[in-house]
Ligand binder design. Structure first.
Ligand code: F6P
Length: 327
């Protein structure tokens, strides 16, 4: 029988993502429903170290479900990654009797949670909060859907001006080492080429397809490239294209941090609410040190170390779809 969880703290860490507020709201309100005392930790593990921890009630999370960013703020803490730093942080939890922590973030944040649980026996639950969708054990991460929709809206606008000038646009999207934002936004905007780290980029094929489309007088040409692609992003691809096809009127657009902001989509609010609820349920059921994910529309629990270590793969089906639809 696991120890009863009575006091739970929630934090957001790493890059923010739209829907983190909806997740905080769900965690806090579910905990309160079950009679727990709830706490918020500011600026991720930094707040844990600096004792920036405060009690939260139902009202603390009112009117936030629709807001981007995170009311708890976020950070990437260096000090927490030293043992002494973690000791200091844990002392701040212990003096309040906090015996459960929900961490909303990506793989770096889960690494911190894993250390808390293995070194100090503090039950932790991870919620996948990242626009990159680079965590194993879930079909969705909180913020991914909004980021893709933001990218799609931006690329549609770029298409208008590309069309007006008969230009080639190379659009770079975020994703760190993962190509999901590029894949989803590229397919949704009808990009001719989608370059992602999960598939080897054959630059000769890209050049050949551009030349062939030019012969067919295909008017709009869009390449969507993930920032983590092995060629190093849109500027590098543009340099090669300009050398090889100098007569093409080529432009680069790097979408950047707009992909991280904005009001979360309904989909992100839904998964954040569902995952937040299950974070508390898991703590109560003694299912600790797992990430709450969604697989095939069912809640799935993955041990934190596996969620961090294993890589999601992109099915070859998707890559085939890209090729066929862009012809
Ligand atoms: O992990 C989210 C993310 O937005 C990545 O897509 C990107 O590579 C990185 O964070 C950017 O980090 P920063 O906001 O620190 O520049």
């Amino acid at each position: 029988m696991s120890k009863q969880i009575t006091k739970v703290a929630v934090l957001t860490s790493g890059g923010d993502s739209p829907g983190m507020n909806a997740a905080i709201r769900a965690v806090v309100r579910t905990g309160i429903y079950y009679g727990m005392e709830m706490f918020g930790i500011m600026r991720g593990y930094n707040g844990m170290l600096e004792d920036d921890i405060f009690p939260m009630n139902s009202r603390s999370v009112a009117n936030i479900i629709q807001r981007g960013g995170t009311i708890l703020k976020t950070a990437r803490s260096k000090e927490f990654f030293t043992y002494e730093g973690r000791q200091k942080a844990v002392a701040n939890l212990e003096k309040r009797g906090i015996n459960g922590v929900v961490v909303i973030g990506g793989d770096g944040s889960f690494t911190g949670a894993l250390k808390l649980s293995t070194e100090f026996n503090i039950p932790c639950i991870g919620l996948p909060g990242t626009i990159d969708k680079d965590l194993y054990g879930t079909d969705f991460t909180i913020g991914f859907d909004t980021a893709v929709n933001t990218a799609v809206e931006a690329i549609d606008k770029i298409r208008d001006t590309a069309d007006a000038h008969d230009r080639l646009f190379i659009v770079e999207v975020m994703g760190r080492h993962a190509g999901y934002i590029a894949l989803h936004s590229g397919i949704s905007t009808g990009a001719e080429n989608i370059l992602i780290p999960e598939a080897e980029t054959n630059i000769e094929e890209v050049i050949a397809s551009l030349s062939e489309k030019e012969k067919r007088k295909k008017l709009v040409n869009l390449i969507v490239v993930a920032e983590g692609d092995e060629f190093g992003g849109a500027n590098q691809i543009a340099k090669i294209v300009k050398e090889r096809l100098p007569h093409l009127d080529t432009r680069v657009s790097i979408l950047g941090h707009i992909q991280r902001g904005g009001s979360p989509s309904a989909m992100d609010r839904l998964i954040a609410s569902r995952m937040g609820y299950h974070a508390i349920e898991s703590l109560m059921e003694g299912r600790h040190n797992v990430m709450v994910g969604v697989l095939n529309n069912e809640i799935a629990y993955t041990p934190l170390e596996i969620a961090i270590r294993e890589k999601q793969s992109i099915s070859s089906d998707w890559l085939r779809i890209v090729k066929i639809l862009a012809s």
